[in-house]
Design a protein around this ligand. Structure first.
Ligand code: NI
Length: 195
């Protein structure tokens, strides 16, 4: 097998981050290799989720790996419902999926988000606290997931990427005003960088 390749993460201002992605039509060796490289790229950048457009590819594929939270002891492990069965969240990690369908539900919850494509900016985003998700896997199986917590948050953030949205689009209008200058500076900074 070829060595793992770290991919360059596209930054705020790159048009690929604003372009809705096309469904994945065919799962081949190349796509499997891409998934491995996306995971390694995400780990190297210390992220918990990465969507294909973030590495410059306009296809509906996402990788996620959420670590066990440090406060959680055995008793309070985060649980999710995977294909109708309650299991520890960690047991389904890492997640690799294509063409996801999400159905967020539950109470709107405010939580701070960041993004590997929007360096050094974090902001509070309100999203529904839970998600039902249909997540086709690369092996042809489909994971039906019902979850809350950080995974529900991460799924919504990553799937937004597939539609050309960033978390900064989702902040309150008041927060947008304060964010605008920082984003403008970031855009200027990114435009000075070479690929
Ligand atoms: Ni992101």
């Amino acid at each position: 097998m070829e060595g793992v390749m770290l991919l360059s993460i596209k930054q705020f201002g790159d048009a690929v981050l604003r372009t809705p992605c096309a469904p994945v039509e065919k799962v081949d060796l190349e796509l499997n290799t891409l998934a491995v490289n996306m995971l390694e790229t995400m780990y190297a950048a210390e992220g918990i989720g990465l969507a294909a457009p973030q590495v410059g590819l306009g296809i509906r594929m996402v990788v996620i790996d959420i670590p066990e939270s440090e406060e959680d002891d055995e008793e309070e492990q985060e649980l999710v419902i995977a294909n109708g069965k309650e299991v520890p969240m960690r047991s389904i990690m890492p997640l690799v999926f294509i063409n996801p369908v999400l159905e967020p539900y539950g109470k709107q919850t405010l939580c701070q988000e960041g993004c590997l494509s929007v360096r050094n900016i974090r902001a509070n985003v309100s999203r529904p606290s839970r998600v039902r998700a249909t997540l086709p896997q690369l092996d042809g199986k489909v994971l039906e997931l019902d979850c809350g917590g950080l995974l529900a948050r991460c799924l919504q953030h990553e799937c937004d990427h597939l539609d050309g949205f960033l978390f900064t689009d989702r902040v309150s209008s008041a927060a947008k005003v304060t964010l605008a200058k920082r984003l403008k500076n970031l855009l200027h900074f990114n435009s000075q960088q070479e690929d």
